[in-house]
Design a protein around this ligand. Structure first.
Ligand code: SF4
Length: 385
């Protein structure tokens, strides 16, 4: 069976080249063709020796999961739905902003954590993505967007692991994927511009700090254990004092001097002034009074099975003001891509039944569906049946 080269970081690719009887340094050239040029057809890698290209054609391929659908929102947000087999699909979302382009990537098909406010959590867990399936989302999105723009300029400047899944519960696949994102011979993203978002898998926060310390975001969502046990069930295993301790330890290695806390605003559940005051006390105690984190308040995107509602704008503003007045930098996330269900917490809700997903989405949305524009030799045609 041919090996998909998207599965390898540069070290892994060097070992693969060696296994084909080639010098390890050939991997750098190959890595650049794949990730910098978006080329998956070995025949087009013109400065690689013909004998090596022939070996590659026999033993390797470069292939992303098939794209089921591709939607562009009115605000420029783009969402791809990838078929990862077995009836599972995962999403990647590109969010363009002034001066930067952020890609939100999935790490698992479904998620085992089961947060109450998250449509992925309600879907349950199917399986971990491989390194290649994680990297393929970036590879495909970057080169599709370049092709659509008719430019060789880099489009994606930031990656956030905030799509479907808990990335730290898929650690062995995650780390090589992060290394590929950071590698100067691939995407060359700085550690500050790659963010792993976790619900608080404490042992792997410590491992990430040592193995590949990128920016860290933590899904907090509650100021006390009782409420967090309910909203983020993983809290029962790793309660707040352990989670915040891991955050403080992570800061020693982090590329930024703060941790970002994500806080989903749920009407009547976690959005009162008493919750904000508890948060202030919690953060002050954990950081011994020094500033060490920022808050990002996320207006909840309701979905029927959750039984939860979005906090109203005045409540969110008052909550943010209370934190800001206490010296904790707090912002409110703009919702983007609402018309394609690409806003936070809306990923995945529609994707499990891939046989009907495109049709269902087409019915629900007024915007047209365009076939995905693939980079060279990138994917098979979508399988819609
Ligand atoms: S919020 Fe994240 S960790 Fe929680 S269920 Fe959703 S995907 Fe999983």
């Amino acid at each position: 069976m041919k090996k998909n080269l998207l599965e390898y970081d540069l070290t892994g690719l060097a070992a693969f080249c060696e296994s084909l009887g080639e010098k390890r340094f050939r991997a750098t050239q190959l890595f650049r063709w794949i990730h910098q040029q978006g080329v998956g057809d070995f025949g087009q890698m013109t400065d690689i020796a013909k004998s090596f290209r022939e070996k590659l054609s026999q033993h390797a391929c470069v292939i992303a999961p098939p794209v089921i659908s591709h939607h562009r929102s009115a605000d420029g947000t783009v969402k791809w739905l990838f078929d990862v087999g077995g009836g599972n699909a995962v999403e990647a979302v590109f969010i363009p902003e002034d001066g930067r382009g952020t890609l939100c990537i999935s790490s698992q098909a479904g998620c085992a954590v089961g947060c109450r406010f998250c449509s992925t959590g309600h879907q349950g867990f199917s399986r971990n993505l491989t390194t290649g399936e994680i990297v393929a989302q970036l590879w495909f999105a970057e080169h599709s967007l370049r092709k659509a723009a008719g430019s060789d300029e880099r489009v994606i400047s930031n990656v956030v692991m905030m799509g479907m899944g808990e990335p730290l519960q898929n650690y062995s696949a995650l780390v090589p994927a992060l290394r590929t994102m950071l590698d100067d011979h691939a995407y060359g993203l700085s550690r500050r511009r790659v963010t792993v978002s976790t619900s608080g898998v404490v042992p792997f926060m410590d491992r990430l700090a040592r193995d590949c310390p990128v920016a860290l975001a933590v899904s907090l969502h509650a100021p006390n254990d009782k409420l967090r046990d309910y909203l983020v069930p993983l809290n029962v295993k790793y309660p707040l004092h352990e989670l915040l301790g891991a955050c403080i330890r992570y800061l020693e290695f982090a590329p930024r001097d703060f941790i970002t806390f994500e806080y989903c605003m749920l009407a009547g559940v976690n959005d009162g002034p008493e919750h904000a005051r508890q948060l202030v006390a919690l953060i002050r105690e954990a950081g011994a009074g020094r500033p060490w984190c920022k808050f990002n308040l996320i207006p909840f995107n309701p979905f029927p099975a959750s039984g939860l509602q979005r906090s109203d704008p005045a409540t969110i503003a008052a909550f943010a003001a209370l934190l800001n007045d206490a010296g904790i930098v707090t912002t409110v996330r703009k919702t983007r891509g609402d018309d394609i269900d690409a806003a936070c917490g809306q990923l995945a809700g529609e994707v499990q039944d891939r046989t009907r997903a495109p049709q269902r989405m087409a019915r629900r949305r007024a915007i047209p569906i365009h076939p995905a524009q693939a980079p060279v030799a990138s994917t098979k045609e979508p399988d819609l049946d």
